[in-house]
Design a protein around this ligand. Structure first.
Ligand code: 5GP
Length: 116
C-alpha cells in the first residue's frame, strides 16, 4: 500500500521539504508540536521500525545522521529530541517509518518518563 509519505516523496502531494538525499526525505510536520518539527522519512517504505530487517541497518544509521545534519541546518543542533512511534498503541498514525525531529523549545526536565 502506498503511504501518504510515499506520495510526498513522489511529489504527488505537497510538503514543506527541508532536506533530501538518495535514501530519505525530510519535511515539516503539518501539525507541529514544537517550533521546529520535522519528519525524517526513508524513501523505502518500511511500515514500522519493528518491520526493519538486518538489511536495513545502514539505512537506519543513515536516518540518524541525516537527522543530525537537518538539526544543524535548522539551527537546533544544541538541543533536540528524536521520537519514533511504533504501532498504533504507541501513537503511530502513519504506517511509513519516520523520525520526529523536535526542537526550538525547551522540553521538560527530569527524565523521559515525566515528559510522556
Ligand atoms: P505518527 O503519529 O505516525 O508518529 O506521526 C505522523 C505525523 O505525520 C503526525 O505528527 C502528523 O501531524 C503528520 N502528518 C500526517 N499527515 C501529514 C501530511 O500530509 N503532511 C505532513 N507534512 N505531515 C503529516
Amino acid at each position: 500500500m502506498t503511504s501518504i509519505f510515499s506520495k510526498i516523496i513522489k511529489r504527488e502531494i505537497p510538503a514543506d521539504i527541508v532536506y533530501e538525499d538518495d535514501l530519505c526525505l525530510a519535511f515539516r510536520d503539518i501539525h507541529p508540536q514544537a517550533p521546529t518539527h520535522i519528519l525524517v522519512v526513508p524513501k523505502k517504505e518500511i511500515p514500522r521500525l519493528s518491520d526493519a530487517a538486518e538489511a536495513d541497518q545502514a539505512l537506519l544509521g543513515h536516518l540518524l545522521l541525516a537527522t543530525n545534519k537537518i538539526a544543524r541546518q535548522l539551527g537546533v543542533d544544541d538541543a533536540f529530541r528524536v521520537v519514533i512511534s511504533n504501532g498504533a498503541n504507541a501513537g503511530q498514525t502513519v504506517f511509513h517509518l519516520h523520525l520526529h525531529l523536535l526542537g526550538g523549545r525547551r522540553f521538560r526536565e527530569g527524565g523521559l518518563a515525566r515528559s510522556l
